[in-house]
Design a protein around this ligand. Structure first.
Ligand code: ADP
Ligand code: MG
Length: 729
């Protein structure tokens, strides 16, 4: 069996050069070797079973339960040969992370005979205790039963820790005894079905369904993250507990010089990235791009897009591997949306499209876009969906962490708007006025250097400030938080687009009939597109999303600007959201309500943990250091006065320090008071914490950061921003 680059010899010591021995094995030799799919499956299963399973994997056909025993036996042998001793059902509960309960293959019968066993039943169904997972009231603690169910559409894989312990992981859905979804995967799969069904209607209408068995969603998620030295990380209680710094003065140099973005990747970081990539390749994750991001210490990785369901599982695994491998290289990988105040935060860009199983991208505008009515239907369906369900889309990315980005003058604002670019905006203009007659072309760019090639120019520029941008043949939802599970925003997006496609197809069919002539179809489609553009183009905005004018302009257009999660998450309880999700069979009213409650509770709990952590840091670390500095200054003032010399500057320093300490103390009292106010209603509680705890933490932090900038470095009790961000790369 081919093995990846040999990085086992990699030893990290502070300051030492990291050596990576490469065996030059091409990644194609070991890509996917830890997944039960493709070659592995073909080699180990009888042909009829392999065909049946491939039908489920490739075409989404229902799983034939008769094949389960054979598949399980083959999977077990393969896993054991690769060093696994246990298997687990791997699922995405509402915690936002993944969960796994390991069971040994080893089974001992009544005669004390030990054998390795894995039945079809154990492959298909698991029964984890559901009562300790968030359920938003669907399950009480005494109602413990829950089920996990094999999702054969996403390949089983072997997860090996950096210490070499291997477990067979079976991707599964997770539901309650009553059949209600308690996870992220179930509604994602249901939403993918809903959008596929409606998209297929469009294809049938335009006669583009020949040879097409299925429409699938495609997803490619760019992931931003920070790396800091592991030792420094361990000395920061706030990072260890909350994943972000709660105090910390701005370093003298951040990203003002724009010298980090796409800069040369430091060699230690590159070694780390190389090992991450090898691990991901083995898991069949097609990671493609790596680069330095804007902030010092910030990086990005992106895979090639895949079917949504698989892309989501792979995204969760990517976050896990990023963290796991970091520790081996003496780094800590920070995935939080805002680990450092005043330093660029991290997001995830969800590139989303729809495709036929034959590989035709339904968001490809093609050359003569103005004649491509089918594409324009898909485009306008997205425009209508984002405008009509802007608040819901906003809620799909709401979290305590993402509040630091959205609406905080960095990375896409909290106003949901769409960037279309010059070419599409022109066609939308033409459609609004009548029949579109031309497609603006990009042409070529001549750089006027003899040795330089001419560049084929796109028909529109890019826009980094838009939360939802059309980028040539897909939409890029750029406002997703870096820690988020991409399943949820994708579920929301699929469902709202399904509703728009349904609405549009039904309207077109009503005017033109189900089997219209080309001319009738065109005029009926154009009429529907025109109405949609008139009603919904207010959501299209190609300008600077970071400018001060945009929120004002957006308010004039009537677009919602919901700046924080406490205001946004209650949208999930709205009548509009409830009927949308239940109409398309994605979430029942009860399932949706539960989800809203879980998200609000998580928001509150995260804030409270941050409040408690801040209080501990201030009282046990910052305050003692500040008082020591105060005593030192007071000694200087006293001794100077005793010597008969005036020292007004030092006296002033002392007074300022005492003032800052007093402000910090009163800040922390406010923090503690804010946390005493509890409320059984999670919505009210969230708003309460947003109004009291969040500003109190901010006030405390400002005073604390002033103290940090004022007291002797050797007294400061934790690593500074400058040490964490600028040293040790
Ligand atoms: P950028 O940083 O310029 O946005 P990247 O190349 O880093 O671009 O990321 C683009 C992402 O979009 C990749 O994950 C890519 O696979 C994905 N992508 C490309 N085409 C599609 C598509 N049709 N559907 C979904 N994702 C796509
Ligand atoms: Mg991008």
């Amino acid at each position: 069996m081919a093995s990846p680059r040999n990085i086992d010899s990699l030893i990290f010591e502070e300051g030492a050069t990291v050596e990576v021995t490469e065996t030059n094995t091409p990644a194609s030799d070991y890509f996917g070797r830890l997944t039960f799919s493709g070659d592995v499956m073909l080699k180990r299963l009888p042909p009829d079973v392999a065909m049946s399973l491939a039908g489920t994997i490739m075409k989404g056909h229902p799983l034939d339960p008769k094949v389960a025993n054979t598949v399980a036996a083959a999977m077990k042998d393969w896993a054991i040969e690769n060093g696994a001793t246990h298997f687990c059902h791997w699922f995405h509960p509402l915690t936002g992370s993944t969960a796994e309960k390991h069971d040994a293959f080893l089974s001992v019968n009544g005669d004390g005979v030990a054998i390795e066993k894995f039945s079809g039943n154990a492959l298909i169904v698991g029964e984890p205790d559901a009562s300790s997972f968030p359920s938003g009231g669907i399950r009480d603690t005494y109602e413990a039963r829950g089920y996990t169910a094999w999702d054969a559409n996403s390949p089983a894989f072997l997860l090996t820790t950096t210490d070499g312990v291997t477990t067979l992981c079976i991707p599964t859905a997770f539901a309650s005894y009553t059949g209600e979804a308690l996870d992220m995967k179930t509604p994602l799969i249901r939403s993918a079905q809903a959008v596929a069904k409606q998209a297929s209607r469009v294809l049938r209408l335009f006669g583009a369904d020949k040879g097409v068995d299925q429409v699938v969603g495609t997803l490619g998620c760019e992931q931003e993250y920070f790396l800091i030295d592991q030792e420094l990380f361990r000395d920061r209680l706030d990072l260890v507990i909350c994943g972000r710094t709660l105090v910390g003065a701005t370093p003298p140099k951040g990203h003002q010089l724009d010298d980090h973005y796409f800069g040369a990747i430091p060699s230690r970081v590159l070694s780390y990235m190389t090992e991450v990539e090898s691990r991901l390749f083995e898991l069949g994750i097609p990671v493609k791009t790596r680069h330095n991001e804007v902030a010092p210490g910030q990086y990005e990785l992106a895979p090639t897009f895949e079917k949504t369901n698989v892309a989501v599982d792979h995204q969760m695994l990517t976050m896990h591997i990023l963290k796991d491998v970091a520790r081996k290289h003496g780094f800590e990988c920070l995935i939080h949306e805002k680990p450092f105040a005043d330093v660029n935060g991290s997001g995830k860009h969800n590139n989303w499209s729809l495709s036929t199983n034959t590989g035709i991208n339904l968001l490809d505008p093609k050359a003569e876009t103005h004649t491509n009515m089918q594409f324009l239907v898909f485009l306008c369906a997205v425009i209508r969906a984002v405008d009509k369900h802007a608040e819901l889309l906003r809620a799909s990315i709401a979290s305590a962490g993402n509040d630091h980005r959205l609406g905080a003058n960095e990375a896409p604002p909290a106003i949901m708007s769409i960037f279309l670019g010059e070419m599409l905006t022109d066609i939308i203009d033409q459609l609004e006025a009548g029949k579109p007659r031309k497609t603006v072309k990009g042409g070529t760019l001549d750089l006027n250097g003899e040795s330089l090639s001419n560049v084929p120019r796109h028909a529109g520029d890019r826009n980094r400030t838009s939360p939802f941008a059309f980028t040539g043949n897909k939409f890029e939802f750029r406002a997703v938080g870096s820690t988020a599970t991409v399943a949820w925003p994708t579920t929301v997006l699929n469902t709202m687009v399904a509703e728009s496609l349904d609405y549009m197809t039904s309207k077109i069919e009503k005017t033109a009939g189900k089997k219209p002539t080309p001319a009738k179809l065109e005029s009926a489609t154009r009429a529907v597109l025109k109405d949609i553009i008139k009603e919904h183009r207010r959501v299209c905005f190609d300008g600077d999303g970071y400018s001060e004018d945009w929120p004002k302009e957006a308010a004039k257009r009537g677009l919602p600007n919901i700046r924080n999660s406490a205001d946004s998450l209650p949208t999930l309880k709205s009548r509009a959201a409830t009927s949308l999700f239940s109409k398309y069979g994605v979430l029942s009213a009860r399932e949706l309500k539960a989800r809203g409650e879980v998200l609000l509770e998580q928001y509150c709990t995260k804030l409270e943990i941050e409040g408690r952590t801040l209080s501990t840091i201030i009282k046990t670390q910052v305050l003692p250091a500040a008082l020591r500095a105060q005593a030192e200054l007071a000694d200087v003032v006293g001794a100077t006065q005793v010597a008969g010399v005036e020292c007004p500057d030092t006296e002033e320093d002392l007074r300022t320090l005492v003032g800052d300490i007093s402000e910090m103390r009163s800040g922390i009292l406010e923090v503690e008071a804010a946390m005493k106010d509890s409320n059984d209603d999670p919505e009210k509680h969230a708003k309460q914490l947003r109004n009291t705890l969040v500003p109190a933490m901010e006030r405390t932090r400002i005073a604390c950061d002033r103290i940090e900038g004022r007291i002797p470095a050797e007294l400061w009790p934790m690593p500074t921003y400058a040490q964490m961000l600028l040293v040790g790369r």
